[in-house]
Design a protein. Sequence first.
Length: 180
Amino acid sequence: MVYNPQKHQRRSIRLKGYDYRQPGAYFLTICTRNRQLLLGEIVEGDMILNEYGQVVAGCWVWLAKQYPYVDLAEWVVMPNHSHSIVILSEIDGSRRGGSRTAPTKSLGRLVGAFKTVSTKRINQMRHTPGAPVWQRNYYEHIIRNEDEQNLIRNYILDNPVQWDMDENNPMQGVQICQLK
């Protein structure tokens, strides 16, 4: 497939005027470059991470440790993408001599940190410095209430079992014929 710049105009999917540094819950989907099956495989409904998938999982954990206002409510690494619920909380301003404030890094900067760290580690393992691992953008959704968060949590937990029907699965809808 040839990339056609006329066909793929980049448009922001962000909500205009929304401050993505403010506390709240966000559903994220981050896909590998060209949806390459890079991070492992699904075996009988279970995600089996390979060494690159383990790096990605470790980088999600790193992100939550690195930034005290980041909590990962639920997440899963799939063969070519990752889903997560990221919760940004208020920072206790008493440590900074002020009142409670919003997180200092926006959601986009946090995703950027995750992508940068995971890409660097994966490329070190593959001996491919500078090679892209992730798609340029990511999908995000502002979670508005607890019911919605529970639905998304169940979607994330069920994602490996639903892989055959996942739009990110390059084999979705492909009939596999066996020769007799």
